[in-house]
Design a binder for this molecule. Structure first.
Ligand SMILES: [Zn+2]
Length: 457
């Protein structure tokens, strides 16, 4: 279905325990969010699935987890200290702050920040019409101090991307794991960017989580590997049920490319009310990263090919996806309002079904005793305890069975197991499928195997 804004998703996510505003009882903290019980499981399933596809199912890919606090020289080598800035201007009257490039773009002027050119454009404050200051470069990295003494030389940055924590471990991984080119190093981790204009729910936040793979290749192999990873990337989203019409690839224009980049594209999702916006990216970064770390660290970052005798600095294909953006996109994509379909206890015209892929669904199986009578509770709990070491389950005994089915449909639970009075006699339960609503009688003894089969790849 198509929504025309994120609003229904934001309110659904809060009401159903997926995503809450951060620090809400204190009035919230701008564009920070907390994942609730179901949201953290959904996001965790997104990350697990990504890791299975990109790392676990490939012999040539390894994983790392770098520390968040890293040597500050890394961010000089990466170019972030000098170059990771937004051009900001302040209003001299109302003191509001704006992105100069956004103001120029809104006037149809291509941003150009050669000295004086901003002032020549003579753009007034969009809020009050007042005079704006000259452009200042505002670094997007969060800065903090390490150790007990404040002052020069102790500045530490929170990583604006996980990639650098991977590059600085290139030699360690290559040597300890005896890797031959081509090989990859993946990392899932937090990144922080002090954006001046975050927004659109969890689409753009100052703290976010990245799923990134750096794939090290021979320079001649880079273009081919770029296409290989493009396919793997698209397949991953589609295999988890994302609708094909809602994703697209957008190659970067010449002037969007970083000066060292050979090629780059975004994979975009059609977010409600926003249109196609970035979900992840794929970049052919040349040998920029490793050669910069070679230069700044003084450590050779060359790879020696024993078969050909060739020595070179590997090129990098970077495959990056946002864990929060992917989680949001899967949530939106699965959200569906349908005509009332459960029949009983009227009153509702519309129902909601969250058609998440089975692998992503936070709760895999709900256990629903038909009544709160003790023998049914006891049997239900026995059944649940046979499943819960393998599957996330939920036990629910309140409300009519129709209402409980709807509750599970709304949070995307693929299977509901109903334990009724017949179950005490025939040792069978009714299993209901979220999407087809078909019901099947399954022997309790075979239930675990039945569920296993449904979740088998
Ligand atoms: Zn103003």
């Amino acid at each position: 279905m198509s929504l025309d804004s994120l609003d229904p998703i934001v309110s659904f996510a809060k009401q159903r325990g997926f995503i809450f505003p951060s620090s809400e009882i204190y009035g919230g903290l701008s564009s920070c969010y907390d994942y609730g019980p179901l949201g953290m499981m959904l996001k965790d399933n997104v990350k697990k699935s990504w890791w299975q596809r990109m790392v676990q199912a490939r012999n040539e890919v390894e994983g790392v987890q770098a520390s968040i606090l890293m040597h500050p020289e890394i961010w000089k080598a990466s170019g972030h200290v000098d170059g990771f800035t937004d051009p900001l201007v302040d209003c001299k009257s109302c003191h509001k702050r704006f992105r100069a490039d956004h103001l120029l773009e809104a006037k149809g002027i291509k941003p150009d920040f050669r000295p004086g050119s901003w002032l020549d454009a003579k753009i007034p404050c969009p809020e009050c019409g007042g005079e704006l200051t000259d452009v200042r470069k505002f670094n997007l990295m969060f800065k903090t101090q390490m150790g007990v003494i404040e002052g020069e030389g102790n500045d530490i940055y929170l990583p604006p991307e996980t990639a650098q924590g991977t590059y600085v471990n290139f030699l360690n991984v290559q040597q300890s794991m005896r890797k031959k080119i081509p090989f990859g190093i993946a990392q899932i981790g937090k990144a922080f960017r002090n954006e001046i204009t975050p927004g659109h729910f969890t689409y753009r936040t100052r703290e976010f989580e990245q799923m990134e793979l750096q794939y090290f290749v021979h320079p001649d192999d880079a273009a081919k590997q770029f296409d290989v990873w493009k396919k793997i990337k698209e397949d991953w989203y589609l295999s988890l049920g994302m609708k094909k019409e809602n994703i697209q690839f957008r190659p970067h224009d010449e002037d969007e490319l970083a000066h060292y980049a050979k090629a780059a594209l975004d994979i975009e999702y059609n977010y409600p009310g926003m249109g196609f916006k970035e979900l992840g990216g794929l970049h052919n970064r040349g040998n920029w990263d490793l050669s910069r770390h070679q230069e700044f660290s003084g450590q050779k970052h060359e790879y020696f090919d024993q078969e050909t005798g060739e020595r070179y600095i590997p090129h990098v294909i970077e495959n990056t996806d946002g864990a929060d953006r992917a989680t949001l996109a899967f949530l939106i994509d699965a959200y569906e309002e349908v005509e009332a379909r459960s029949g009983e206890d009227g009153k509702h015209e519309k129902e909601m079904v969250l058609r998440l892929h089975k692998d992503l669904a936070p709760i895999k199986v709900a256990i629903l005793p038909l009544s709160k009578k003790e023998p049914l509770q006891k049997l239900s709990q026995e059944i649940q305890s046979k499943l819960w070491y393998t599957y996330q389950t939920q036990y629910d005994e309140t409300g009519s069975i129709g209402k409980r089915y709807r509750r599970q449909d709304e949070i995307g639970t693929p299977y509901c197991v109903t334990v009724d009075f017949d179950s005490l006699e025939d040792k069978k339960v009714t299993v209901r499928d979220r999407d087809t609503m078909e019901q099947e009688r399954v022997a309790i003894e075979e239930l675990k195997a039945w569920v296993d089969e449904k979740f088998q790849k």
